[in-house]
Design a binder for this molecule. Structure first.
Ligand code: AMP
Ligand code: MG
Length: 413
């Protein structure tokens, strides 16, 4: 079977294209959730303001509501207005002030709020401090009605991940429930004759199946629904049986069996089932054998699949770079891309690799900057080193040697 090996940049943009297409399809299943269980979910429909926000001209300070034109004068305090109350008087007239609390509605007639810290109060009169009076303008310390959002205006877009900030907006619009996309079902199939399940005692040359657990955790971390299938042995029949079961999910993720070895059968089985391959390898390390495509289901619809290399670090890196974005797209998310940041290297790193490299690394965020140090490791089977880091330094293909202090790109996980 002939293959298509892409550069890392090409592969990433190919995946992102599919992810964004998927996100734009209205095919996601939608369910309603209570606001208190909405965190982390993807909003399925836009949320509109149910009234002007703020619903009245709101004071942003504790102080006095006055007419800006009166700022230079001594004013008579004619009342007080608290948040949640309307001032009892009709209108603030020339020469008058009304004491006002943060969040209260501006009384009729007033057009500015001056801060309590900037005035001298004596009995029932008040006067702005001389150095402040000249700076008062109409509108000062007031958010006009509807300035944040007009009734009916969109305040949250479909495809937004709901976190505290977004949930606060929904609550302020009186939403008790929100429509969110259902978690996409992701079938996970690990392949390999050498593998044993975690509950079993491995023979001296056997390897515990750790990828199923890593992949399930990664899928759930994205809000997907992980469906782990039994291990596939390295025979055409067994791999076929597991792929045929797994393709009924919305996304099929396979681990192992995609390299050049005699028993790497995943691609052959997928081809036999009529799969379309978008790429069959990427010039990157770890992760070169990664495969992306779609395979027809029994009902003739297509299911996206990834064949990830079985080495656990490769599996996790390729998930973060390729699987996570597509999964986000399948769940209707607007932002799908992997999370990159820039950090300063704390040690020198050899460059010059022909392919894009991802080195397990520890990112430390501090007030004076973000630094990253590469973790010593023994290649892409080294799960322990991988767990000592919290991200990966990205070394671009053909890049120069990098020195301590250089800015590098980091893939966060
Ligand atoms: P493969 O991609 O099938 O050639 O496997 C590459 C390496 O990853 C081998 O050393 C495998 O033993 C290891 N490996 C494959 N699948 C898993 C898995 N599910 N859990 C842990 N290690 C694995
Ligand atoms: Mg294998």
């Amino acid at each position: 079977m002939s293959g298509t090996v892409l550069t890392f940049e090409q592969a990433l943009s190919m995946v992102l294209e599919h992810a964004r297409d998927a996100a734009a399809q209205p095919s996601q299943r939608v369910e309603d959730v209570l606001l208190e269980s909405a965190a982390g979910r993807v909003l399925a429909e836009a949320v509109m303001a149910d009234r002007d926000q703020p619903p009245f001209d709101r004071s942003t300070r504790d102080g006095f509501a006055i007419r800006a034109a009166d700022a230079e004068r001594t004013l008579r305090v004619v009342g007080l207005v608290r948040a949640g109350e309307a001032w009892s008087g009709a209108a603030v007239s020339e020469g008058e002030a009304v004491e006002i609390m943060t969040g209260a509605a501006l009384p009729e007639g007033a057009d500015a709020v001056v801060m309590i810290e900037h005035v001298a109060v004596e009995g029932d009169s008040m006067r702005l401090n001389d150095d402040r009076a000249g700076a008062v303008q109409a509108g000062m310390n007031i958010v006009p009605r509807g300035a944040e959002a007009r009734e009916g205006a969109g305040v949250l877009r479909a495809g937004t991940v709901l976190r505290a900030a977004e949930i606060a907006v929904a609550a302020s619009c009186g939403r008790v429930t929100l429509p969110v996309t259902a978690g996409a079902a992701v079938a996970i199939v690990s392949t390999g004759d050498e593998l044993v399940e975690v509950e079993e005692m491995p023979g001296p040359l056997q390897i515990r199946n750790s990828n199923n657990y890593a992949l399930a955790a990664l899928v759930r971390g994205e809000g997907g629904e992980a469906r782990t299938l039994p291990l596939a042995r390295d025979t055409m029949e067994d791999v076929r049986e597991k792929i045929m079961a797994g393709r009924e999910a919305e996304l099929l993720v396979l681990s192992g069996g995609v390299s050049m070895g005699k028993y790497d059968l995943v691609e052959a089985v997928l081809a036999e089932l009529g799969a379309e391959f978008f790429f069959t390898g990427v010039w990157m390390q770890p992760g070169k054998p990664v495969v992306f495509g779609r395979v027809p289901r029994a009902d003739g619809e297509w299911t996206y699949f990834f064949g990830l290399p079985g080495n656990p670090v490769s599996t996790q890196v390729t998930f973060a770079l390729f699987v996570a974005p597509l999964l986000r797209g399948l769940m209707g998310r607007r932002e799908v891309g992997p999370r990159f940041m820039e950090a300063r290297l704390s040690d020198d790193v050899k460059g010059g690799a022909k392919v894009t490299r991802f080195l397990p690394a520890e990112v430390t965020s501090a007030w004076d900057g973000v630094t990253v140090s590469v973790v010593g490791w023994h290649g892409s089977g080294d799960v322990a080193a991988n767990a000592r880091g919290n991200g990966y330094v990205v070394l671009p293909a053909g890049g120069e040697e990098l020195n301590a202090g250089n800015a590098v790109r980091v893939l966060l996980r």
